[in-house]
Design a protein around this ligand. Sequence first.
Ligand code: 5GP
Length: 190
Amino acid sequence: MSEAHGETVTEVITSESLSERIGALADAVNKDYQGRTPILVSVLKGTLPFIADLGRRLTIPVEFDFLQLTRFGEGGRIGIALDTGDSLTHRDVILVEDIVDTGLSLQTLHQILAERHVSSLSTVTLLDKVPRRLVDVPLEYRGFEVGDEYLVGYGLDWQGKFRNLPGIWAILDRPAFERDLTGQFAYMYG
Ligand code: 5GP
């Protein structure tokens, strides 16, 4: 029996809305960092499209760097899998996140960066999953508040896939999604 795709997944943020909101985030960063050269440190891999689009809307001089985190088990210790190539000492650092969920990753990043004698630190996240927050973390720039559904697209993955969808989709029914991956894939990329 074929599944009703629209009841299994739904597009929650279109590429047009993403583009508009990212423009507004870039405007705010351009204004706040006037006269400075911040380094944008993005957390791989989910921030890939976001940093490319945000970066191209910035009109102040900026540099880019990347880091990647590892998680040891569900809710376990978080460490650095790949560190930045450049030193962050005495730099204005803007952390770029795809989504802040429990806040634990961002809290760990703040702890790590606190030891690196940065000049200033702020965070820009595309998505803020407010209902799932466990720890309080400062978020200076936020794209969208989202609910607690699992999201894919525009950098966010499901088992490594769907990062290249231009919009963001919510998986409403996970068992149905997993039962008919080929059908969902065709629907979402159709
Ligand atoms: P936190 O440490 O805030 O709980 O988790 C943040 C990380 O969890 C994100 O960078 C992302 O990798 C992952 N994550 C949280 N919610 C989602 C979601 O809805 N979809 C996907 N694909 N990843 C998520």
